[in-house]
Design a protein around this ligand. Structure first.
Ligand code: ASP
Length: 445
């Protein structure tokens, strides 16, 4: 028998009806042995997440104020779920001890962690699974960094002999014994760690979308779901702002070669997106497009430098980079011509040191011309198959030319996994639509 780790996000456990869907998903596959829940999330768009209510309690308690109102709302949510599910359990003692602790020591992390802790208790009871407190197995050092090896040992020790377990997401304990959480959305990380520790065959991450989309649905109408994506491709797209998964959830599973499957609790029949370690496992893919995904980000500037005979000047690039380094700036891309160089960087980071950087560049490299252009958007076209497909860049240019979009910069990484182009911010949505049309829609025809 295999073993799967299944993580359910806040919207998947927002009310009793969602709990029922979750239980049906778990019971439909006996391999779904280890379950990592988030705290109850939003039931409707202006609802408040349990985690946010608990932060509010800690904030009020921290300034010596009465926190009974938000705390009452928290109790109501859990009591409502328990009574709607018709299970025989009572959390009154838990509520009382949480309130007492908050009065004594109103720690933010402790407060927030109780959302997952209580939800884990309810879910374990409903499923008839063992409850394992994350404070006993997820271990941080005193500065709050995860101790992965110690954690893996503790998880294995605790799960030894258990057929199943619910392990709440988002928190653990420091070596000094204090409750510590990951950053927001951190239940994804817990699930990934548990999957690593039990050497799961797969880490299923159940949420409210049927996987990653090829492009942002606010820009492209009804985009396709990405069926299979590699970890490396995901990193390229995530960097450009496409996000479904917590960034720190990648390492524990990736390093153990475990795939992640993003699934939709509300549409369990959808296959979702499979995130795979290597370039070999694409069996399940029905249509293999040249590209996997497109993502874009606004808010970049380019510093354009021109100098005659730049190519012959030893150390030119080094001096330019030193100016950036001296001003604490990192850059995104630096394509260069014979006598020109342009450096793309984050406008917000450049802003405070803008004049200084220009002045220093003038002193260091005496350019013939230097200027900053703002309002640049970068667009990443990502796809592991581009390497073996000819003419990809030509098609990108053709798509842009037809739309009369000026490509200001192009950069293809040596891995040929992605092509980055720079366009004006106002051209970004149309550029994405045209690339989608060129590589996804037309390849279907
Ligand atoms: N409940 C936490 C949050 O809202 C953690 C999580 O859901 O993963 O951020």
């Amino acid at each position: 028998m295999g073993n799967k780790v299944v993580k359910f996000g806040g919207s998947s456990l927002a009310d009793a009806n969602q709990f029922r869907k979750v239980a049906a998903i778990i019971s439909s596959d006996p391999d779904r042995k280890y379950v990592v829940p988030s705290a109850p999330g939003k039931r409707f768009s202006d609802d408040i997440k349990i985690t946010d209510m608990l932060y509010k309690c800690a904030e009020l308690a921290g300034s010596g104020m009465d926190f009974s109102e938000p705390f009452h709302a928290v109790k109501e949510r859990y009591n409502g779920i328990i009574s709607d599910l018709g299970i025989n359990m009572n959390l009154d003692d838990e509520f009382a001890s949480i309130a007492a602790e908050l009065k004594k020591r109103p720690a933010k992390d402790f407060a927030a962690s109780r959302g997952e802790y209580l939800n884990g208790k309810v879910l374990a009871n409903y499923l008839g699974y063992n409850f394992v407190d994350a404070a006993d197995v997820i271990i941080f050092d005193t500065k709050g960094s995860l101790l992965l090896d110690k954690t893996v040992d503790a998880v294995r020790e605790k799960l030894k002999g258990l057929d199943n377990a619910v392990i709440p997401g988002f928190y653990g304990r420091t070596t000094e014994g204090f409750i510590k959480t990951f950053s927001r959305g951190g239940s994804d990380v817990t699930g990934s760690i548990i999957a690593n520790a039990v050497r799961a065959e797969i880490y299923e991450n159940w949420t409210d979308v049927s996987g990653f989309l090829v492009a942002d649905p606010r820009i492209v109408e009804n985009p396709d779901v990405i069926e299979v994506i590699t970890y490396r491709e995901l990193r390229e797209l995530a960097y450009m702002g496409a996000s479904v998964l917590h960034e720190d959830a990648i390492f524990p599973v990736r390093s153990a070669g475990i795939p992640i499957n993003i699934r939709n609790t509300n549409r369990p029949e959808d296959a979702g997106t499979m995130i795979v370690p290597g370039d070999h496992d694409f069996k399940r893919e029905s249509i293999a497009h040249t590209i996997t995904g497109i993502a874009g980000r606004k808010g970049f500037s380019t510093i354009n430098i021109e100098k005659a005979m730049m190519n012959a000047e030893t150390g030119f690039g080094m001096k330019v980079l030193k100016v950036l380094y001296d001003n604490g700036l990192s850059f995104e891309h630096m394509p260069s011509g014979i006598d020109t160089m342009s450096i793309t960087l984050d406008t917000a980071k450049l802003e405070p040191v803008r004049e200084k950087v220009i002045a220093q560049m003038r002193r260091e490299v005496a350019p013939d011309h230097i200027e900053i252009e703002d309002g640049i958007a970068l667009l990443a076209i990502v796809g592991r198959r581009m390497k073996n497909t000819r003419g990809t860049v030509a098609r990108i240019f053709a798509a842009m030319a037809h739309a009369r979009i000026n490509v200001k910069m192009i950069d293809q990484g040596s891995s040929e996994l992605n092509v980055i182009i720079g366009v004006s911010e106002h051209d970004l949505p149309e550029a994405i639509r045209r690339i989608y049309e060129m590589f996804i829609n037309s390849e279907k025809e």
